[in-house]
Ligand binder design. Sequence first.
Ligand code: DAH
Length: 343
Amino acid sequence: MEQLLQQIEAYKKEVNDYQANNADAVEAFRIKYLGTKGLVKTVMGEMKNVPNERKKEFGQILNEFKLFVETKFQSLTESNAQLSTSDSELIDWSLPGDTVAVGTRHPLSIVRNQIVSIFKRLGFAVAEGPEIEDDWHNFGAMNLPEDHPARDMQDTFYINQNPAWLLRTHTSSVQARVMEKQKPPIRVICPGRVYRNETISARAHCFFHQVEGLYIDENVSFADLKQTLYFFVQEMFGKDTKVRFRPSYFPFTEPSAEMDISCLICGGDGCNVCKHTGWVEILGSGMVHPKVLENFGIDSNKYTGFAFGMGVERICQLKYRVNDLRLYSQNDVRFLKQFTGAL
Ligand code: DAH
């Protein structure tokens, strides 16, 4: 019997020292001591082994033990409840909430959207095509001769040689896709990503973005081309921006011209960006080559058209003075969060 007494004392000490600072620990206490298989039950079970003459004495001791455990359980429950209220009292509800960082559009998306919206106002619709192209849509249909250097492995990423599957090198391939499906009048703008096998540097990248334009109808003239692109420049860069056209060569247009705008950085006085000429080239253009029209069964005696293609990165460089092409794809938030344009 003395052993039982000692054991009860030991349990009392254990109970007394029990710490619980969360609801799970309180519950663990209840299960261990007061549960159906708990220690209090087990100790109570010992009553049957107590000799009759000591039953009264032990009855009292065991009842006290039970009460002791129950009191401890109650105090653990209460202090735990208090603990959680005092926790919430620590919160200052008047403090401003956590700021949620709002994303910004990528500068190239902002500029692409601006370009597209200007042409939409002139009645152009948006057309898109695949980035993985065949030789016909990227080169053949656009009148690029078999031996044209652009077809070289050095410039073009080929996915497959025969038949040729490649990553489109320009959005002019979308012109082909549109003419294949649509009859004139055609008035489309085609934004998209293009790929070229270039060593990556500040001034060159293996992928970049273009916006292509195509307008085919009866009586479309070079004057229409000039006026359309002049309107675009005024809207994009402001009324003071001057333009000039220089004769050029593209296999898919005849005649062809490149368009320069007066340098926005130095206002035409001469700087690094314009290489001290006061002018920067922003696009290629021309009257759609009759062969290209005929490739799609469009009667080149009845219909004429103009086309143009511009680099989005170039326009973005001039608008936002970004001088390293790599910045566009490095995803450095310090760069990206500077563009808060809403478009
Ligand atoms: N495809 C040409 C390039 O990638 C750009 C271009 C020039 C597109 C003249 C045209 C155009 O539609 O008429 O450099």
